[in-house]
Design a protein around this ligand. Structure first.
Ligand code: NAP
Length: 266
């Protein structure tokens, strides 16, 4: 089995990775560590936080199965704690069959005014904001029909697993990752006698499409960890991605128990 690692850049995380390699690489072990996507790992170990896992999936894509070891607090994508390295090594060496769970992504197509299109995807979310502090103005179309004109700080289109991230901070709903959907949420919309938005998050099923027609000459686009200023964007269309990210689960940790632990009991 070929294993790749993606690490948060701190000494503790590097030490956890060193210990893990030492425990796994025993004589005659069936594991080999690889260093790049070209070497096609079967499994990618993300050691760090949920942010590290986002980095890993953008580096290694949809083929491998991901396992997260969290060197901070319990993660939404990470199942294992560094105290459990021996148990983790045991399940791998005993070739325990993991449950493979697949998380939907957000598929985004960015269209420029010059007619160029860029295909992007996100495991957590797409975010658009105006590039300066002034208001973002975007016409929202759903399945080709005009829905509203948004004015405010920004818009988020999140996946189910991203619903616990930025989307939650703007009071979006938490969506179980087994539901194939995207969620459109507002960041500080202007609602007064002149301007009006629905002012609620919208959950759209598979095959529905949301189109954001951008009125600002420059916007900030965020895709998970990646962010940048884009000029002359005409529109962005988003739908549930055709590809899912695979996670290898060796222990039962339900989505709702993670939600409870992260946000209620700590
Ligand atoms: P960051 O600003 O360093 O960390 C953002 C926080 O979001 C971290 O605590 C991270 O967990 C957590 N997180 C990431 N994915 C999550 C998920 N699916 N569910 C629950 N929490 C999650 O940024 P980053 O580490 O590069 O992560 C990028 C993400 O930050 C974006 O995708 C966006 O969702 C989120 N973000 C949130 C806000 C907000 O809540 N107001 C604003 C901007 C961006 P770890 O500590 O385990 O890495």
């Amino acid at each position: 089995m070929k294993i790749a690692t993606v690490l948060r850049k701190d000494d503790y995380t590097r030490e956890v990775c060193r210990q893990l390699r030492e425990k796994l690489l025993q004589p005659d072990c069936p594991f080999r560590f690889v260093e790049s996507p070209e070497e096609k790992p079967d499994m990618v170990l993300s050691i760090g936080g949920d942010g590290t896992l986002l980095e890993a999936v953008h580096q290694y894509g949809f083929e491998p199965a991901y396992v997260g070891i969290h060197t901070g607090h319990l993660g939404f994508y990470a199942d294992w704690h560094p105290d459990e390295l021996d148990e983790f090594v045991q399940v791998l060496t005993q070739r325990t069959e993991p449950v493979i769970v697949e998380y939907p992504t957000v598929q985004c197509r960015i269209h420029t005014k010059q007619g160029i299109t860029y295909d992007k995807w996100a495991l957590n979310e797409l975010v658009i904001r105006n590039a300066s502090l002034s208001t973002l103005v975007a016409c929202v179309y759903i399945n080709g029909d005009e829905f509203e004109t948004f004015r405010g700080d920004g818009l988020i289109v999140s996946s189910p697993s991203g619903s616990t991230a930025y989307n939650k901070a703007v009071n979006g709903a938490l969506v179980h990752p087994s539901i194939e959907a995207i969620q459109l949420s507002e960041i500080a919309s202007i609602n007064n006698q002149a301007y009006r938005t629905v002012n609620s998050s919208l959950v759209l099923p598979n095959h529905h499409e949301v189109e954001l027609i951008v009125m600002n000459p420059e916007i900030m686009i965020g895709l998970d960890r990646e962010q940048g200023v884009w000029k002359d964007v005409r529109s962005i269309t988003c739908r549930v991605g055709g590809e899912k990210v695979k996670f290898a689960r060796y222990k039962k940790l339900t989505f709702w128990s993670r939600v409870r632990k992260s946000f209620i009991t700590g």
